[in-house]
Design a protein. Structure first.
Length: 106
C-alpha cells in the first residue's frame, strides 16, 4: 500500500493513495516539512485518497495544529466520507465540516 504527498506552490497540499498505519510515519514527516516550508493558509486536498483509516483524521489534526502554531489556517477539500463518519464518532464532525466548508472553490 502506498501513499504520497504532493506539495504545490499555491498553498495546496494533496494527499494521495492509502492512508493507513503503514504509511503514517512517512506522511507525518512529509506533511510537517511541507507546512513549515510554506507561507499563508493551506488547503489539504484529499481527492486522491483511495482509502483511509484513523490515520487520515490524525493527519488533518496534525496539519491544523501545526498551522495554528504558525498563525495560519487549514481548509480541507474532498473529504472522504469515511473520515467524516470517523470524526463524528470522535466528536470532531462540526470542526471537520468547518474545515471542509472553508475550502477554496474552483
Amino acid at each position: 500500500m502506498e501513499a504520497r504527498l504532493v506539495d504545490s506552490s499555491d498553498g495546496r497540499i494533496c494527499l494521495e493513495g492509502v492512508l493507513d498505519f503503514s504509511t503514517a510515519a512517512a506522511l507525518h514527516d512529509q506533511l510537517l516539512d511541507a507546512l513549515r516550508r510554506g507561507s499563508g493558509n493551506v488547503e489539504l486536498d484529499l481527492s486522491g485518497v483511495q482509502h483511509s483509516n484513523s490515520v487520515g483524521l490524525s493527519l488533518i489534526l496534525l496539519a491544523a495544529r501545526e498551522l495554528a502554531t504558525l498563525g495560519r489556517q487549514l481548509s480541507v477539500a474532498s473529504l472522504p466520507e469515511g473520515l467524516h463518519s470517523m470524526a463524528g464518532v470522535c466528536g470532531l464532525d462540526d470542526w471537520l465540516s468547518g474545515l471542509a466548508g472553508s475550502a477554496r472553490q474552483p
